[in-house]
Design a protein. Structure first.
Lengths: 333, 342
C-alpha cells in the first residue's frame, strides 16, 4: 500500500545542463514577464490580480492538460473548443428548459453534470472511434468533430446564450469555496494531481507514452493500442466537459461561443510548456507552466492596455519562439 | 484459360486503381447535381450556376495551394489570414496610388496586385523558414504566422473596410462576365492550370512529391529540402493572396474579415476530400479542384433546400470524416491485395 515498498522501476538519468535549462527556462521567462509588466503597471502584481491570474490559469490549465493527454499519444484535439461550447449550451438547456421549478437542487446539479459530461463523452467516443478504429489522421478526425460539435452547439442554442443557469450550479462550480479556496482552483488542483498520478503511476498512463513514441512497439509489447487510444480521447473530452461546466458557471449562462479559440489556446499553452507534437513526451507540469505563461502574458497585455490586434501578433510570435526553443533543446540534449 | 483469368484480374486491378486515383469525388458531385434536378429546379437557373462556379473558384485556388503544401508533407493554416492581409494591402495600395495619380488606374491596380502577391509570398517565406530551417512542425509554425498575419491585417484597418478601389478593378474585372462566365473563373482556371503544370511537368513538382513521400530519401538524393519545402509555402501564400484579390475585386473593398478560419478549414477539407494524403507524397490538383466544386455545390444545395445554416457544419464534418475513412480503408485493402508492405 505504501509507496516506499514499490521497487524503483525507472532509472533516473543524471541531470545534464541542458536538462536543467529545460526545467528553468520557462519559469524564469514567466517571472521576468510578470515583473516586466509590473514595471509598466504596478497593478499587475497586486494581490487581487495575482488571485485573478491564478483563477484564469486554473481554467486554461484544465484544457491544456486535456490536450496534453492526446498530444502524448501523437494526436491532437481540434474539437476541444466546440466541445466546450456544446457542453455549455447542452448543460444549461437541460437545467433551465427541461426541469420543472420544484426540482431539488441536488437533482439539478446531477442533471447538469450528467448531460454535460455525457455530451463530452459523445465527442470523445466519436474522436476515439475515428482515430483508433477507422485510423483516420487525428487532425482530420477532430476537424470533422469540430464542425459537428460547432453545428450542434449553435443549432441547440439558436446562436443565443442560454440564460438563467440555476444558482446552485453557479455556487458549486464557481462562487463556492472550500476551506477558503475558490471552487475553480479546487477543481483544477484535483484534476492536476489525479492526472499526474495517472500519467506516471498507472499502466494506462505509461501506455500513452509508449503509443506516442512507437505504436508498433506498443502493440508488439501487448498493449491494446486501440482501446488505450479510445480512452485517451474519451478522457480528453471528459476533462474539456468539466472545464466547460466551470466556465459556464462563471459566465452564468450557456454560451455557444464559449469555446471560440480554446482549441488553439489550449494547444498553444501545452506546446509553449514543452509538450511535443511528435508524441511520447509531455506532462501535467509542462502543460501547467505553459498555461501560467500564456495567462500572465494575456492578463498583462490587457492591463497595460495593449491593442487587441497587437496581442494577436505577440501570441503568434511567442508560439513560434517557444516551439523553436523546444526544438533546440531536444536536438541538443 | 489461366492467362485469361489473370488478364481479367489485372484489368480489374487497373480499374480499381483508376477509381482509387480519381476517388469518389466525381461520383458524389454527380449524385448531388442529379438529386437537385429532381428536388429544386432553381438549382439550374443560370444565375445560380454562375454563382456556384464563382464561389468554387475562390475556394479551389486556395485549396490547390494548400494541396501542394500537404503533398510536401506540411500544413498551411495561415491561408485564411493571408487572404485577409492581401485584401487589405491591395485595397490600401490602390486607394493610396489612386489619390496620388488619379488619371492612372492601371498603375494603381498593378501596384495593388503586386502588394497583395508580395504579402502572400512574404508570409510563405516566413512559414518556409520556420519549417525548413528552424524545423518547427508546419502545423505550429503556421498557427503562429496565422495569428501574426491576421493581427497585422486588423491593425491596418481597425476592422473597417477599405474603400476607394479603382472603378475599373471592380466593374471591369471583379464583377464582370467575359463570354458569359464570371471573370474570376478564368483567373482561377489559369492559376490552377499553372499549378498542375508545375506539379506534373517540372522538377519542382517531382521534388515536392519526393520530399512528401520520403523526406530522408530526398535528402540523401541531394534534394534541397529547404528550397523546395519553402517553395510550396510561398506558392500557397501567393495563391491565397490571389484569392484575396479576387474576393476584394468582387466585394469592392478591402476587408480583414475575408478568408478567416472558415476558408482555411475548407481548403484543407477540399484537399483531403480530393484525395491528398496528410502523410504527404500523394495528391492530384484536378481532383482537389473538383472537390472544391463539390463542397461549394453542396453548400448551395443545402441553402436552396432551406436547411438551417447552423446545421451545415455538421454535414461538412461528417462528409470529411467519411471520405477520409473510406480512403484509408480502400488503401489498406489494396495494400493487402497486392501484398505490398505498408
Amino acid at each position: 500500500m505504501t509507496a516506499t515498498n514499490l521497487p524503483e522501476l525507472t532509472v533516473q538519468p543524471s541531470a545534464t545542463l541542458g536538462k536543467q535549462l529545460q526545467l528553468f527556462v520557462l519559469p524564469i521567462a514567466t517571472t521576468a514577464l510578470l515583473f516586466g509588466f509590473a514595471l509598466v503597471d504596478s497593478r499587475v502584481v497586486s494581490p487581487g490580480n495575482l488571485i485573478n491570474i491564478l483563477q484564469q490559469t486554473s481554467y486554461l490549465s484544465v484544457f491544456a492538460v486535456a490536450q496534453t493527454i492526446v498530444l502524448i499519444t501523437r494526436g491532437l484535439d481540434l474539437a476541444l473548443g466546440p466541445t466546450v461550447s456544446m457542453v455549455s449550451v447542452g448543460a444549461a438547456l437541460a437545467m433551465t428548459q427541461f426541469l420543472d421549478p420544484s426540482t431539488t437542487s441536488i437533482s439539478i446539479l446531477l442533471v447538469g453534470l450528467l448531460i454535460g459530461v455525457g455530451l463530452g463523452w459523445l465527442v470523445g467516443l466519436f474522436n476515439g472511434f475515428v482515430v483508433a478504429i477507422l485510423r483516420v489522421n487525428p487532425f482530420i478526425a477532430t476537424l470533422g468533430s469540430y464542425n459537428i460539435a460547432l453545428g450542434i452547439a449553435t443549432t441547440l442554442s439558436g446562436g443565443r446564450p442560454v440564460q438563467n443557469v440555476p444558482d446552485v450550479f453557479t455556487n458549486v462550480f464557481y462562487s463556492g469555496s472550500f476551506l477558503g479556496v475558490p471552487a475553480a482552483i479546487l477543481f483544477a488542483v484535483v484534476i492536476w494531481v489525479g492526472l499526474h498520478l495517472m500519467l506516471n503511476r498507472t499502466i494506462f498512463g505509461r501506455s500513452l507514452y509508449l503509443i506516442g513514441t512507437n505504436v508498433r512497439a506498443a502493440s508488439v509489447a501487448g498493449i491494446p493500442t486501440r482501446r488505450v487510444l479510445m480512452l485517451a480521447y474519451l478522457l480528453c473530452s471528459s476533462l474539456s466537459a468539466i472545464g466547460a461546466l466551470m466556465l459556464t458557471a462563471r459566465t452564468g449562462s450557456g454560451e455557444p461561443n464559449l469555446g471560440g479559440s480554446l482549441s488553439l489556446q489550449a494547444l498553444a499553452a501545452a506546446l509553449v510548456g514543452g509538450v511535443s507534437l511528435t508524441g511520447g513526451t509531455g506532462s501535467v507540469g509542462a502543460a501547467l507552466l505553459g498555461s501560467v505563461f500564456v495567462t500572465i502574458l494575456s492578463n498583462g497585455m490587457n492591463l497595460v492596455q495593449l491593442n487587441g490586434n497587437i496581442q494577436l501578433i505577440v501570441l503568434g510570435t511567442i508560439v513560434i519562439f517557444g516551439v523553436t526553443l523546444d526544438q533546440y533543446r531536444t536536438r541538443h540534449k | 484459360m489461366n492467362v485469361v483469368a489473370h488478364r481479367n484480374y489485372t484489368s480489374a486491378i487497373a480499374v480499381g486503381r483508376a477509381t482509387m486515383d480519381v476517388g469518389i469525388v466525381p461520383l458524389l458531385l454527380l449524385v448531388v447535381v442529379a438529386a437537385m434536378a429532381l428536388v429544386e429546379p432553381h438549382f439550374y437557373s443560370t444565375g445560380n450556376i454562375l454563382n456556384m462556379v464563382r464561389s468554387a473558384s475562390f475556394l479551389a485556388v486556395v485549396a490547390c495551394g494548400q494541396a501542394l503544401v500537404l503533398i510536401a508533407g506540411g500544413f498551411d493554416l495561415s491561408v485564411g489570414a493571408v487572404i485577409a492581409l492581401a485584401s487589405v494591402l491591395a485595397a490600401k495600395t490602390m486607394a493610396w496610388i489612386g489619390v496620388a495619380y488619379p488619371d492612372e488606374p492601371g498603375l494603381a491596380i498593378a501596384a495593388g496586385v503586386l502588394a497583395a502577391m508580395a504579402s502572400g509570398a512574404g508570409v510563405g517565406l516566413v512559414n518556409g523558414f520556420c519549417v525548413a530551417k528552424l524545423r518547427i512542425s508546419g502545423f505550429v509554425a503556421t498557427i503562429g504566422t496565422m495569428s501574426v498575419t491576421l493581427g497585422i491585417a486588423l491593425i491596418l484597418t481597425n476592422g473597417i473596410p477599405v474603400y476607394g478601389l479603382p472603378g475599373s478593378f471592380v466593374q471591369q474585372f471583379g464583377r464582370a462576365t467575359w463570354l458569359g462566365l464570371p471573370s474570376t473563373i478564368y483567373a482561377a482556371l489559369g492559376a490552377i492550370a499553372l499549378l498542375v503544370f508545375v506539379q506534373r511537368r517540372t522538377l519542382l513538382g517531382r521534388y515536392i512529391h519526393a520530399i512528401g513521400g520520403n523526406p530522408e530519401a530526398a535528402i540523401v538524393s541531394g534534394v534541397s529540402v529547404f528550397r523546395y519545402q519553402t517553395s510550396t509555402y510561398v506558392l500557397s501564400g501567393v495563391f491565397a493572396a490571389l484569392t484575396g484579390l479576387l474576393l476584394t475585386a468582387q466585394v469592392g473593398s478591402g476587408q480583414a474579415s475575408l478568408g478567416g478560419d472558415r476558408m482555411m478549414l475548407q481548403s484543407i477539407a477540399a484537399a483531403v476530400i480530393g484525395g491528398v494524403s496528410l502523410r504527404g507524397g500523394v495528391g492530384r490538383l484536378e481532383i482537389v479542384t473538383l472537390a472544391s466544386l463539390f463542397l461549394t455545390v453542396l453548400t448551395n444545395a443545402l441553402n436552396l433546400l432551406r436547411i438551417d445554416s447552423r446545421l451545415q457544419p455538421v454535414l461538412l464534418g461528417v462528409i470529411l470524416v467519411v471520405a477520409v475513412a473510406l480512403d484509408e480503408l480502400s488503401r489498406r485493402n489494396s495494400a493487402l491485395d497486392s501484398h505490398e508492405p505498408t
